[in-house]
Structures are given as structure tokens and as C-alpha cells.
Unconditional design. Structure first.
Lengths: 703, 181
């Protein structure tokens, strides 16, 4: 039962270990955190447990084997066998005498009267039979006499078939101890039977059976001779000692095997228990470390919400507690950083200045929307790209690269530089201010560059300067013009009549020239005066199409040989404008276009109106396109500045005035060459709604 | 190593062992003077291990189980009465004889040879089972009989080995017959 229980326990543990090892192997294959540590601890635990147990097992087994072997001695075995043999020999001599005595009794019986009592042997063997008890009548007879003389305990006469013919017993028992059938068979075959017989436990007797040929037939005389109590005692002693020793000798190997099996079972049980305990302990010990590994992996992956259970108060528990505290703090710091980042983002979005933050290797780490707009670059891929390389990729930012590259590379702490780029809407003046970011003690690790569009300011300053020049020029020149003109006319009136015909003609021609030139100068001075004059813009809703068409028709009438095409968008929304000043703009531009036509060619002008969505707002676009030689590249950048012209005649103020009027209407005017096909002037004016509610557009832009 | 192999055998073999070295050839039951008695003839074949143990003085104990059962249709038979007789067989070294003892009655039968002793053990005669009137028997009773070596009665060191060795697994299995008692 114990063996069975142990075996079942052993099997249960083996299954448990098998499952655990399988799970561990799966974890190792999946490279789960803590699996290798568990394996290492398992191996150490198993070695620590198995080695001493195995050594102990080996020694115990050897000790047991030697111990059991020491119980047995060849000499003792031989002595016992000899004593048994001696006993047999001694008894054999006595038995032969008893056989001879029984045979003599058989001979005497052959001479005596026959026995008449016949009993059925089978009936006597039956415990339920009462035949013996009712028919047996003991009394003095021949058998008693013979038994008395021979010293037998019991003397029985049997037929050759085993039927009881007569019996005499010393003990007075009714039923004699009948011989087995094998004894009777032996006697029937003519061989006397004599044998030591353990009649009862510890009580030996000599059983003798001999043939007796009586006149009535062949009979069997059976006698039982007892031993003295001393001989019985000695025989029992020899028998029992021999039996015990031979049994023990027989069990010797089995005893050793049995002990070995028990020890082996204990060993296996210990090993299996140790392995399981090692597995369990390793798993328990590795569990918090595995949790920590998983936790750190989660933190590395950006999950700062990971919190591990603190299951113990030991060093591991302290470590887990510290880890939890660390993740909490990191999480909190990250949230704060995110909040600050969002705040900074929001701030940068609201800024009209462009802000670009660069790392130490000039890689863009942050860029706001204003910077993207100012620099006209693709904002989506800007972050993470090299700022200087990005400048090189965009042609219009090449001046920025050339200007900022040395400043960034020199790692100056503070610098500022004004850079001019040619943006889609024309020349753009950028004021760039760079500041090194001293985040670490190692020095500058990056830059923050702030871009400001100072085009309008500079243009304003320039315009103001020109206005001042024009005003002074008009003032200084206009004053002497009238006396010059009057003087010339007076000179003509006074001396024309006094001179001869030829001199009179010369005077006439000279005074006319003076008067005409003075008139021209007056016109020029008035133009200067107009340019310098602070505008009084009277804005009303104006439909551009009829205004433009009217101007175009005037030029068509004045230049019937010119080809002036119009493409009018009928759905054009109104603009808030001063129609008189816009008329002046259209006049200037169409006049310029006609003058730009190549000599000998028919002037070809295309006037187009359309509605466009520009700079996040609806605009009315007016394009006036000529097919002349275009504008020289050298003049293109400053074409709207006063006195910048490619014409031999004119004040050089036409386009400057155009630009001034358009800017007064919050519009944009650009002039660019069409490749191989002349030039085009593009005016974009905000629609009336945009002009009246510009804040709505700004709000939308900020979004 | 040997121990380990035997231990492994102990874990695996017992369920597989089905050798039967005792077979009951015949069994009859009758009522004699109000007592249900059974006669049977069994043939026993002792393995070399069993003979060696017996010759070395190990006493072998056999149990004879007899059960009277009432058949229940579509169900397991119900045991009405059961009895167990135990016999021991041992060798008397001094006289070189084999003693067969009924451990309940104490009756001893002495045989000069092992064959005669085994033959005697197999001749089961007039074994009382129960009083006829004490058991509420159906018209037709089912009787079962089994003669087997009692391994648990062997010396302690032999028991584990005996459990896993086919040579020691001596049992007739249940012999069943019908009788109108």
C-alpha cells in the first residue's frame, strides 16, 4: 500500500514537473523575460538537491548491502546443515530399530487370532460420521499387548485397502491417526514405510507401516512411536533454527533488493520533490524579476502606466516598489512635458513669426506653421530633416542657406541676419534671429531661429523715403517752374514784334520749347506730388468687371490696331475699393502692356478676371498679359520701386503707384515673365467680405 | 540500476499481469445436514520461484474465497454470503515432509512430496460455507470460488517483488457456477 501510494505520488510529481518543464521550454522559445533566469535557478537548485542526495543514496546502498551480508556466515549455515544432518542420522538409527520391532510385531500377529472388526476408512475420515463412535468396542486384545511391549503410542491394523481392522492407542483416543494413502500404497507394493512425522507442531513421532500376512489375508500394521520430550525439544530447536536460517538466507537477496528499492523510491521521491520544489521556487523567485523585466520593456515602449504588484517586503519587494515609484514619476514628468509641449505648440501656432528649433546637427526638431508659411516649404516632412539641406532643396531658400549656413556652423550664441528670398508673391525680406540653446554644460546643442517677415516694414520705409524725396522734389521744382514759364511768355511777347522775321521765328521756337518743357516738368512734378500724397481712399463695393471693361474699351478705341482680348468671370464677387484709384491701376498696367509690345508687331493683350482662393481667403484676380519681350531679370526684383523702368520715357513711377494703390486695398500685385511669351501682371484683391471682416480669415488661418 | 528497473516494473507491470497458475476444474455445492458444503478440484502449477521459496522454508498461504450470490436482472449480482478459508503449505526440513494446514480448523495433512502436497491442496472437499437456513437463497444460486496465493502473507521483503513478478501471481480467478440449494 505504501509502495502504491509512493508510486502514485511519484507519478503525480513527475506529471507536474513535466508540465512545468514544458511550459518553461515554451517560455524559453518565446524568449519571455525571466525564462532564462528561471532555467538557471532551476539547474542550480536541482544540482544542489540531487548531488548530496545521490551521494547519500550510494553510501546508504553500499552500507545496507554490507550490513545484510554481515548477517550471514557460511560457517553458521554449514553448522546448521550439519546439525540437521546429524539429527537425521541419530533419528535414523532409532527409526531402524523401531522398524525391526514393528516387523517382529507383524510376525507375531501372523501367528495370533484374526481381528473381526471392520470399519469403513472413508467413513472414519468424515468428521460427521458416527460409525466409529458407535461400533468401536475397545478391550484387551492382541494389539494392546503388542503396543504395550513395543512402546508405540498407537498401533493400528489395516486391510490392504486401508480399512481399519483394529487399533490400540496409548492416549485413549477413539480415532487412530491413519496413514495417508501413499503410505498404504507403498506397503502394498511390498516396501515397509518408516518416516519421521511431525504429527503435531513441536511433537515428532516415527510412523511405521509394515505388511502382515495373516491367514485371513494381507494386512498392514501401522505404528506410531513417540519421542521423549527432550528429543522433541531438541529436534524442534534444530528444525526451527535451520528453517529460520534457510528462510533468511533465501530472503537475503530479496531483502537487499527490497531495501534498495525502498531507498531508490525515497531517492526518486526526493529528487522529484526537489525538482518540483526547485521549479516552484525558481518560478516564485523569478516572478518579480520577470514582472520587472516586462515592466521595463513596457516603459521602454513608452507605457508609463505599468504598476507591478508588491508581494514581499524583501529586497525584491523594495525593487518593485522603487520601480513603481519610478514609473509614476516618469509618467508624471511625461505628462508635464506633454502639457508644456502642447502649451509651446499652441504658443508657436499663435505666433506670426516663424520659429524653427534645430538640433546640434541642424536637424529641425520643431517648426511652427508661420515658419512653414514664411519659408514656403512642405511642413509635413520638415521635422526631422536637416534645415540646411531643406533650404538647398527649395530654390527660393538658397539665399537663406547661403546666409545662415556659416552662422549655424560657427555655433555663434546669438546672431541676426536679414535675408531676401523670392517667394511666390514676390520678394520677401526675412529678419532671421538665431540663439544657441544651451541645454547642457557641453555647449550649444542646437539653435532656435526666429523668422520675421519685414518686407512690409522695409517697403514702408522705402516708400516713405521715396515719398519724401518726391514731395521735396515736387516742392523744390514746382516753385521755379511758373516764373520760368511766365518769363518765357513775357520774353516772347516783348521781343517777338521787335525782332525780324528770322529772329522772331527763332525766339518763337525757343520760348515754345521752354513753355512745353515747363509743362512737362509740371506734369512730372504733379505725378511726384500724387505719389507722395497721403492717399484718401474712398472704399465702396465695386464690381471689377464693368470697371475693367470700361478701361479696356477706351484703349480699344485709342488703339484700334491692337488686339485686346478679355476673359471675364461673370460670377466675380464685388471688392471694397476706390474705383477711381483702381481705374488708374488698370490704366497704368494696360498702357504698360501696350508699350511692351514688340515694334512692328500687333500688340496682343489678354485681360482676365477670376475668383481665386489665395492665402486661405477668397480673392478677385485680375491678370493683364502682354506678348512683348518681358522684363529684364535684373529689374524684376525691384520693378515696383520708383525709377525702376526699362522704358526710355516715363517717370518710372507708374508701377510704384500701382503697387501703392493695390496695397492701399490690402491686395497683392506681382509681375513676372511668361517664358517666351512676354510678361503678366497679376492683381489679387480681397473680396468685399474679406475686406470688411479680415479677422474672420485670420481666425481661420490660425486654425 | 537493477533497483530502478524493478521499481519501474512495479509501476508498470501489476496492471498487465494476468498469468493464472491455479485453475479450478470443477466445483459442486450441496447441502449436507443443513450446511452448504462445497467440493472442488483445482490444479496448481507452482512456479520455480514459489518452489524455491517453499524449499527454503518460506510458508505459503493460500486463501479460498467462496461467495453465494443472488442474480439480479440487468444489474450486478448481490452477494448474499461470503466465506474465506486459509491454508498454509510448508516444508518440514527435519522430516523432509510437506505440511498442509487448515488455518481455521488447525487440521494438518502431511505429505511426503511436494507433488502430493500440491495435489492435496487442490482437492477441496467438504468445505462448509454457510447454514442453509441462515441464508435466504433464491431457487437458483450463483456461487463463486477463487483460490489464490496470499502475497501479503509472504515475508515482508518478498512482498514488493511478489507483486510485480508473474511467478508469484497465483490466482484462479473467479470460478462461477449455478446450484439449486
Amino acid at each position: 500500500m505504501l509502495l502504491l501510494t509512493n508510486s502514485i505520488g511519484l507519478l503525480a510529481f513527475a506529471v507536474l514537473i513535466g508540465i512545468n518543464i514544458r511550459r518553461l521550454v515554451a517560455q524559453l522559445r518565446e524568449r519571455q523575460p525571466g525564462a532564462r533566469l528561471t532555467l538557471r535557478m532551476l539547474v542550480i537548485f536541482v544540482i544542489l538537491a540531487v548531488v548530496p542526495v545521490t551521494v547519500l543514496y550510494g553510501f546508504s546502498l553500499d552500507f545496507l548491502r554490507r550490513g545484510v551480508d554481515s548477517w550471514f556466515d557460511v560457517r553458521i549455515g554449514a553448522a546448521l546443515t550439519d546439525s540437521l544432518e546429524l539429527s537425521r542420522e541419530a533419528l535414523d538409527l532409532h527409526m531402524r530399530r523401531l522398524l525391526a520391532r514393528t516387523e517382529r510385531m507383524a510376525d507375531e500377529l501372523e501367528q495370533g487370532p484374526p481381528q473381526r472388526t471392520t470399519l469403513n476408512l472413508d467413513a472414519l475420515r468424515s468428521p460427521n460420521s458416527i460409525v466409529v463412535a458407535s461400533n468401536w468396542t475397545p478391550g484387551p486384545n492382541r494389539l494392546d499387548e503388542l503396543r504395550g511391549r513395543s512402546g508405540a503410542e498407537e498401533l493400528t491394523l489395516l486391510s490392504s485397502e486401508g480399512a481399519l481392522l483394529g487399533s490400540s492407542s496409548q492416549t485413549g483416543e477413539l480415532l487412530p491417526q491413519l496413514p495417508p494413502q501413499s503410505v498404504l500404497a507403498q506397503v502394498r507394493h511390498g516396501q515397509s514405510y518408516i518416516r519421521l512425522d511431525p504429527v503435531k507442531r513441536g511433537n515428532l513421532a516415527v510412523r511405521v507401516a509394515v505388511a502382515a500376512n495373516l491367514p485371513q489375508g494381507r494386512r498392514i500394521l501401522h505404528a506410531l512411536y513417540p519421542f521423549s520430550s527432550r528429543i522433541n525439544q531438541l529436534a524442534e530447536s534444530v528444525e526451527s533454527a535451520y528453517a529460520q536460517y534457510t528462510e533468511l538466507a533465501y530472503l537475503r537477496d530479496k531483502l537487499k533488493l527490497s531495501f534498495a528499492m525502498t531507498l531508490t523510491l525515497v531517492l526518486l521521491f526526493s529528487i522529484v520533490t526537489a525538482v518540483w520544489a526547485a521549479l516552484y521556487s525558481a518560478r516564485r523567485l523569478a516572478a518579480p524579476i520577470r514582472d520587472l523585466a516586462e515592466g521595463t520593456a513596457a516603459v521602454a515602449a513608452g507605457d508609463y502606466t505599468m504598476s507591478l504588484p508588491v508581494e514581499s517586503n524583501d529586497e525584491i519587494g523594495f525593487l518593485v516598489h522603487s520601480f513603481n515609484e519610478m514609473t509614476q514619476r516618469i509618467g508624471q514628468a511625461r505628462r508635464e512635458v506633454e502639457t508644456q509641449h502642447e502649451y509651446l505648440d499652441s504658443l508657436l501656432r499663435q505666433l506670426s513669426s516663424g520659429v524653427v528649433a534645430l538640433s546640434s546637427d541642424a536637424v529641425i526638431t520643431t517648426i511652427n506653421q508661420s515658419a512653414v508659411k514664411l519659408l514656403e516649404m512642405n511642413g509635413a516632412g520638415a521635422t526631422g530633416a536637416s534645415f540646411l539641406e531643406l533650404c538647398l532643396e527649395h530654390d527660393h531658400l538658397a539665399p537663406l542657406h547661403d546666409a545662415l549656413s556659416p552662422l549655424i556652423n560657427e555655433r555663434l550664441e546669438h546672431w541676426h541676419e536679414q535675408v531676401t528670398i523670392l517667394a511666390s508673391d514676390g520678394r520677401r525680406e526675412l529678419m532671421c534671429r538665431g540663439t544657441a540653446l544651451n541645454i547642457t554644460e557641453g555647449g550649444a546643442v542646437g539653435y532656435v531661429i526666429v523668422f520675421e517677415n519685414v518686407t512690409a516694414i522695409i517697403q514702408g520705409q522705402r516708400d516713405a523715403a521715396w515719398s519724401e524725396v518726391a514731395r521735396r522734389l515736387a516742392h523744390e521744382i514746382k516753385n521755379p517752374l511758373t516764373p520760368i514759364q511766365l518769363a518765357a511768355e513775357r520774353l516772347r511777347l516783348k521781343y517777338l514784334t521787335k525782332l525780324g522775321k528770322e529772329d522772331g521765328e527763332v525766339l518763337e521756337r525757343l520760348t515754345n520749347t521752354i513753355t512745353q518743357q515747363v509743362e512737362t516738368m509740371k506734369v512730372m512734378v504733379n505725378t511726384f506730388s500724387d505719389y507722395a500724397k497721403t492717399p484718401v481712399v474712398n472704399k465702396n463695393p465695386v464690381d471689377i468687371n464693368p470697371l475693367l471693361t470700361a478701361v479696356v474699351e477706351l484703349y480699344r478705341a485709342a488703339h484700334p490696331d491692337a488686339r485686346i482680348e478679355t476673359s471675364i468671370d461673370e460670377s466675380l464677387p464685388p471688392v471694397a475699393a476706390d474705383s477711381a484709384r483702381l481705374r488708374q491701376v488698370f490704366n497704368n498696367l494696360i498702357k504698360n502692356a501696350l508699350e511692351a509690345s514688340r515694334e512692328g508687331e500687333i500688340a496682343h493683350i489678354i485681360v482676365t478676371t477670376s475668383k481665386v482662393h489665395y492665402a486661405m481667403a477668397d480673392h478677385v484676380e485680375i491678370r493683364i498679359e502682354d506678348h512683348g519681350d518681358g522684363i529684364p531679370e535684373a529689374l524684376l526684383a525691384n520693378i515696383f520701386e520708383p525709377y525702376v523702368t526699362n522704358k526710355s520715357k516715363g517717370t518710372g513711377l507708374g508701377l510704384a503707384i500701382v503697387k501703392k494703390i493695390i496695397e492701399e486695398h490690402n491686395g497683392v500685385v506681382t509681375l513676372r515673365n511668361i517664358e517666351g511669351a512676354g510678361a503678366v501682371a497679376v492683381i489679387r484683391l480681397p473680396t468685399r467680405d474679406q475686406a470688411l471682416h479680415p479677422e474672420a480669415t485670420q481666425a481661420k488661418d490660425s486654425v | 540500476m537493477r533497483s530502478c528497473l524493478i521499481l519501474l516494473g512495479m509501476l508498470v507491470l501489476p496492471a498487465l499481469v494476468c498469468a493464472s497458475d491455479i485453475s479450478i476444474e470443477r466445483a459442486v455445492a450441496a447441502v449436507d445436514n443443513g450446511i452448504i458444503v462445497v467440493d472442488a478440484d483445482a490444479e496448481l502449477n507452482f512456479s520455480a520461484d514459489a518452489i524455491a521459496a517453499l524449499e527454503s522454508g518460506v510458508r505459503l498461504v493460500f486463501t479460498l474465497d467462496i461467495r453465494i450470490r443472488k442474480p439480479i436482472r440487468y444489474f450486478i449480482d448481490r452477494t448474499l454470503f461470503s466465506t474465506r478459508h486459509r491454508y498454509s503449505l510448508e516444508r518440514h526440513a527435519l522430516s523432509d515432509q510437506y505440511i498442509l494446514t487448515d488455518l481455521i480448523t488447525g487440521d494438518r495433512r502431511i505429505q511426503g512430496s511436494l507433488a502430493a502436497a500440491v495435489d492435496n491442496l487442490g482437492r477441496i472437499r467438504h468445505v462448509p460455507v454457510a447454514e442453509r437456513d441462515a441464508v435466504d437463497l433464491p431457487a437458483e444460486s450463483a456461487l463463486r470460488m477463487r483460490l489464490r496465493l496470499d502475497i501479503e502473507s509472504l515475508p515482508a521483503p518478498m512482498i514488493p517483488i511478489a507483486y510485480v513478478s508473474p511467478g508469484w501471481y497465483m490466482s484462479s480467478g473467479w470460478f462461477q457456477w449455478q446450484a439449486a440449494l
